[in-house]
Structure formats: C-alpha cells, structure tokens
Design a protein around this ligand. Structure first.
Ligand SMILES: [Zn+2]
Length: 151
C-alpha cells in the first residue's frame, strides 16, 4: 500500500485525525489550542480516499487529554487521536462522547437560570440518531447546531 503523507510528520505531540471537513478551525478555537507557542499544523479539506474530505490538526509537544478527547467528540464524533513520541504512534484512540459537559457551553435558552446565577453550565449528553444536550438547569434538550460554540 502506498502511503501518502498529507502533512509533515511530527516528532512528539498529538494528531487529531478524521475531523469532518469544516470543523478543524472551530476545534482550534474552542480548545484554545492556539494559546501555545508549540507548532501547530492544520490540514483542511484533505482527501480521505473516499468521496469525502477531512480536516486534521497536529500539535507538537502537547498530549490531548482524555477530557479534551471526549469534548472533541461533540464536534467530530469520528475523530481519532494519535499520540506521537519519537515519530512513532504510541497511542491511538477514537474520541468518545462524554456523559456530561460542564462549564464550556452556554445554554441556548436565554431564559435559563444558568445565565443569571454564578454557576457552571452543565449538559447531559444523549445520543440516539443525533447528539442532544440536555441542560441541567432548564431541562431543555438541544441539538449541537443550537450552540454557537459547536456549530
Ligand atoms: Zn438551560
């Protein structure tokens, strides 16, 4: 099998692969991945071998944590994380949706008390055909497209 390197290999760090095309830049912003002086390489609209395209992010000298990987699943349910050490993939895993997410998303319901109280937002995540997030405070459920942070 011929292997094509889409983006230059890194010595140490993390590669987030199989991000749906168009989500790569949002992921960088959401996780404030650019708040670092480490080298970041982002590939947009890369061919997947099939009929679709994907985005890919490489961050040097940074290990994506399990919590970050789970939050990533909200943007990119099919993403895989590769942890690289000395040019080798030492760990490869798929992101998994967390059961809940706290503090990082604002409730789309403008009447929700979470906007007026000094509390961290909290959503429970349910998935049937589509991911839904249920607010702990107003108990309303929202698709990911309701969140400006995710869409
Ligand atoms: Zn709410």
């Amino acid at each position: 099998m011929k292997k094509k390197l889409e983006v230059q290999a890194i010595e140490n760090g993390s590669v987030i692969d199989h991000i749906a095309a168009g989500k790569g830049v949002k992921i960088l912003k959401f996780f404030q991945l650019t708040d670092t002086n480490q080298k970041i390489t982002i590939g947009l609209n890369l061919p997947t071998g099939g009929s679709t395209t994907k985005d890919l992010i490489k961050i040097e000298n940074t290990q994506i944590t399990g919590v970050q990987a789970n939050q990533l699943a909200l943007f990119a349910p099919d993403a895989t994380i590769n942890l690289i050490d000395d040019y080798d993939v030492v760990k490869k895993f798929k992101v998994e949706l967390p059961e809940a997410i706290s503090g990082v998303l604002a409730c789309p319901n403008s009447n929700c008390i979470s906007h007026n109280e000094p509390v961290d937002s909290l959503f429970y995540i349910k998935q049937k055909q589509q991911i839904k997030l249920k607010c702990h405070y107003c108990e309303k459920s929202f698709a990911t497209s309701f969140f400006k942070e995710l869409d």
